[in-house]
Design a protein around this ligand. Structure first.
Ligand code: MF3
Ligand code: CO
Length: 253
């Protein structure tokens, strides 16, 4: 499928889908505390989505069993919520979730600490978040897609962290995953497609405190770091605007 350009009407629906998702993330963050299970958090997230008229887009995606991907500590993405996974002070938790509103998808991820976490973990979370903002400085009409990838890499690499390569950001619209794929690391000898107003993208750096190599758990979903180091993830759905900075659709304005 080619890269889609959204009309103003479609962008309005994507704005709404994004705004609702930002509220869902706020509810998830408010619910996060020591003693809660990731299954309970998934139920809170699912209810937050459905009560707003959204449909969870993770649920049943290629058989994924929950509405919110919840990844703890060395889990990078696609962790499966479980009654047995009880969170404790010091854990690092990533929520990755999305919804469909009137046929249009939104997708966003956040990493938080449970109670007090180590300064090293705080820094990883902050650098991961900032890397998104460094990347989207280049998400402008007339620039090229991999300018974003390069900016993320350039910002993150000096910290000595790993950038996950096997998973990327993506286009989004009437499908959760559309063309183009948005890598978080520098692409050699290619600058990627020309960015145009009305393109909607998910930019989502996944950063590890140690090495970048990942592995799958036996559940066929959970992505963990091979070296057991903790990971962070930050994602928003953005729209390329006719001029200037992109519009971030999945934050509360
Ligand atoms: N929201 C995530 C993404 O960016 C995960 C999709 S749902 C899952 O792709 F089923 F794959 F977990
Ligand atoms: Co995504």
């Amino acid at each position: 499928m080619p890269v889609t350009i959204k009309t103003d009407e479609e962008l309005n629906l994507m704005r709404k889908a994004g705004e609702l998702l930002a509220q869902v993330h706020e509810e998830l963050h408010d619910a996060l505390r020591p003693g809660i299970s990731t299954l309970e958090l998934d139920a809170i997230g699912e209810e937050a989505i459905r009560s707003r008229g959204g449909i969870p887009n993770c649920k049943d995606y290629e058989g994924y069993p929950a509405s919110v991907c919840i990844s703890v500590n060395d889990e990078v993405v696609h962790g499966i919520p479980k009654a047995e996974t009880i969170l404790k002070e010091g854990d690092v938790v990533s929520f990755d979730t999305g919804l469909i509103y009137k046929g249009y998808h939104s997708d966003a991820a956040r990493t938080w600490g449970v109670g007090k976490i180590s300064p090293e973990a705080e820094k990883l979370i902050e650098v991961t978040r900032q890397s998104f903002f460094e990347g989207i400085k280049y998400a402008k009409a007339g620039n090229r897609l991999y300018d974003i990838s390069k900016a993320i890499d350039k910002y993150v690499t000096p910290f000595g962290y790993g950038i996950v390569r096997e998973l990327t950001g993506h286009g989004i619209g009437t499908e959760l995953h559309e063309e183009p794929y948005v890598p978080n690391f520098r692409q050699l000898f290619r600058r990627g497609i020309l960015l145009k107003p009305g393109m909607t993208l998910c930019v989502e750096p996944m950063i590890t405190m140690g090495k970048r190599k990942i592995a799958f758990l036996d559940d066929d979903w959970t992505v963990v770091t091979l070296d057991g180091s903790i990971a962070a993830h930050y994602e928003n759905t953005i729209a390329i605007t006719p001029d200037g900075d992109p519009e971030i659709l999945t934050i509360i304005k």
